[in-house]
Design a protein around this ligand. Structure first.
Ligand SMILES: [Zn+2]
Length: 183
């Protein structure tokens, strides 16, 4: 679409659609670049799209939201956590999407002892000890581990679990006592 100007805008759009069909890879890449260059426009577009969907069928959208929140209680908890962190002015924040990606990376289990959940965001370095609320300071934790960990750092808590003889999760999704060893 090398900047060809059409007198008839519909002809231009039709050409654009044809081009995208013929060049799906390039079209995706162009869209990606456009989104990266225009984060505000992209958000506005998403907002408009969501508003339109809500207006078209509010009952359906509300039911979808309720079902989503029921199926993903950790999503609301992540939001609450982000809110609390903002409240005490810790630097950084993470999105619901970042949280979901993190939970998936840990195989949907607690990053400490592998419990199936429900999972909540735990700060590897607690906020009260100068940790941030960026996603790289967050791990999915079950309530027990989160409560037991308290104001310990991740390293301190893992050391304590190990000292107590607990098997712990490793970042590649195994339990420490599953590690194959020659010994
Ligand atoms: Zn746990």
């Amino acid at each position: 679409m090398s900047g060809v100007a059409y007198k008839d805008p519909e002809r231009g759009r039709a050409y654009g659609r044809e081009w995208m069909k013929r060049n799906p890879e390039k079209a995706r890449e162009a869209m990606r670049r456009w989104r990266a260059r225009n984060p505000e426009l992209r958000r506005e577009r998403n907002r408009r799209y969501k508003r339109a969907a809500q207006l078209r069928n509010p009952a359906k959208i509300n039911a979808q939201k309720a079902a989503y929140h029921a199926a993903h209680p950790e999503y609301k908890r992540a939001k609450d956590q982000a809110y609390r962190a903002r409240k005490i002015a810790a630097p950084g924040s993470f999105s619901g999407a970042e949280w979901r990606d993190l939970v998936v990376r840990w195989g949907n289990v607690c990053a400490y002892r592998g419990e199936p959940g429900p999972l909540e965001p735990d700060h590897r370095v607690p906020l009260v000890r100068g940790g941030t609320n960026y996603i790289d300071n967050i791990l999915p934790s079950c309530r027990n581990c989160n409560a037991e960990k308290g104001k310990l750092t991740e390293d301190e808590f893992r050391a304590r679990l190990a000292a107590e003889g607990n098997a712990t999760m490793t970042p590649d999704g195994r339990m420490s006592d599953e590690e194959t060893s020659a010994g």
